[in-house]
Design a protein around this ligand. Structure first.
Ligand code: HEC
Ligand code: HEC
Length: 282
C-alpha cells in the first residue's frame, strides 16, 4: 500500500515537472511580451485563436520570421504594425503550443471587452507627481544607460548595443534597435517587462547573471520616457524640405515685391512717352 502511494507520488511529480500547464507556459515564455486584454511589448493575444488558424499559430510561434520572410500577408502586416520588432523563435513543442493556445482561448472570454476594438491602444503613461524626483530619476537613468553609473549587479551598459537620440548621451551602438521611441511604443510596462523578463536572447545573455534591479529599471524607464518626449527636438533637422517648402512662398513673396517696385515703371515705358508725344501732336 505504502509502496503504491510512493510510486504514485513519484509519477505525479515526474509528470508535473514535464507537463507544465498552459498558464505557466504562457507566463514563462510569452508573458514578458504578451498579455490578454491589452498590448504589452507585442500584441494583445485575446481571441487570437479566432483570428488565426491553428496551423498559422504554430508556425508563427515557432518561427515568426520564417513566416514573415515567406511573404505571408498576415505575418508581414503584424510585423510592420509592431515596428518590425522581431518576436524571437520560441523553443516550445507542438504539445506545449497547444496548451498555451488552450489557455489563451479559455481566458479570452474574460478579457474580450478591450480586445474588441482592433485599433492599437496607446500604452498607459503613469502620471508624474513629483517633477523634481522625476528629473533625478531621468538623470540616473541616463548615467546607467551610458555607463557613467555602474549597474549594481554589474551588467553591461545599454549603450554598447543601443543608440538613443538624446542631449544627455552620445553615440550608442548599432547592434540592436535604436530606443529613442521605445517608450512611446511599448510604454512604462513594456520597458520594465523587457528589463526584468529579458525576452530577447542577446539581452538574456548579458543580464541573466547580472539582473537589473527594480530601481534601476524605473530610472531607465524614466530616461527613455524623457528621450521619447524630446525626440522631436533631437531628430536631425530636415534642411532639404525647409528649402523646398520655404522656397516656394519665398518666390511668391519676392515676385509680389518686384511687381510693387516696378508698378510705376510699367506705365512709364518708352512706348508710353512716344505714344503721349504723338497724341499731343494731333
Ligand atoms: C520578445 C517579446 C516576445 C515574446 C517573448 C513572445 N512574443 Fe509573440 N509577438 C511579439 C511581437 C513583437 C509580435 C508582433 C509581430 C512581430 O513583430 O513579428 C508578436 C506576435 C505574436 C502573435 C501574432 C499575433 C497576431 O495578432 O497575429 C502570436 C500568436 C504570438 N506572438 C504568440 C506568442 C506566444 C504564444 C509566445 C510564447 C510562447 C510569444 N508570442 C512570445 C513579441 C513576443
Ligand atoms: C548585448 C546587447 C544588448 C545590451 C547590452 C542591451 N540590449 Fe536591449 N536589446 C538587444 C537586442 C538584440 C534587442 C532585440 C531588438 C533588436 O533586434 O534590436 C533588444 C531590445 C530591447 C528593447 C525593446 C526594443 C523596442 O522594440 O523598443 C528595449 C526597451 C531594450 N532592449 C532596452 C535595453 C536597455 C535599457 C539596456 C540596458 C540596461 C539594454 N537594452 C541592453 C540587445 C541589447
Amino acid at each position: 500500500m505504502i509502496r503504491k502511494i510512493a510510486i504514485g507520488l513519484m509519477v505525479a511529480s515526474f509528470t508535473s515537472a514535464f507537463a507544465q500547464d498552459g498558464a505557466t507556459l504562457f507566463k514563462n515564455n510569452c508573458g514578458m511580451c504578451h498579455k490578454l486584454g491589452s498590448r504589452l511589448v507585442g500584441p494583445d493575444l485575446t481571441n487570437v485563436t479566432q483570428r488565426r488558424s491553428k496551423e498559422w499559430l504554430h508556425k508563427f510561434i515557432k518561427s515568426s520570421q520564417s513566416l514573415v520572410k515567406s511573404g505571408d500577408k498576415d505575418a508581414v502586416a503584424i510585423f510592420n504594425e509592431f515596428n518590425q520588432m522581431v518576436m524571437p523563435d520560441q523553443n516550445v513543442t507542438d504539445a506545449q503550443i497547444d496548451e498555451i493556445l488552450k489557455y489563451i482561448e479559455e481566458n479570452s472570454s474574460t478579457a474580450t471587452a478591450s480586445a474588441e476594438q482592433q485599433e492599437p491602444q496607446k500604452p498607459v503613461e503613469p502620471e508624474i507627481t513629483d517633477k523634481q524626483a522625476f528629473a533625478q530619476l531621468v538623470e540616473k537613468g541616463a548615467k546607467l544607460f551610458d555607463g557613467r553609473l555602474r549597474f549594481q549587479n554589474g551588467g553591461p551598459t545599454c549603450i554598447s548595443c543601443h543608440n538613443v537620440n538624446s542631449y544627455n548621451v552620445t553615440g550608442g551602438g548599432s547592434l540592436a534597435k535604436d530606443l529613442t521611441d521605445s517608450y512611446t511604443r511599448i510604454g512604462e510596462e513594456g520597458i520594465k517587462s523587457v528589463l526584468s523578463g529579458l525576452p530577447f536572447p542577446a539581452m538574456k545573455n548579458s543580464f541573466e547573471k547580472h539582473p537589473i534591479t527594480e530601481e534601476e529599471a524605473a530610472a531607465i524607464a524614466a530616461f527613455l520616457r524623457q528621450v521619447s518626449k524630446e525626440s522631436h527636438e533631437t531628430v536631425p533637422f530636415d534642411y532639404a524640405s525647409l528649402l523646398v517648402w520655404g522656397g516656394i512662398p519665398g518666390i511668391i513673396i519676392l515676385l509680389g515685391i518686384y511687381s510693387i517696385i516696378w508698378y510705376n515703371r510699367k506705365k512709364k515705358t518708352v512706348n508710353y512717352s512716344i505714344y503721349s508725344r504723338q497724341i499731343k501732336s494731333y
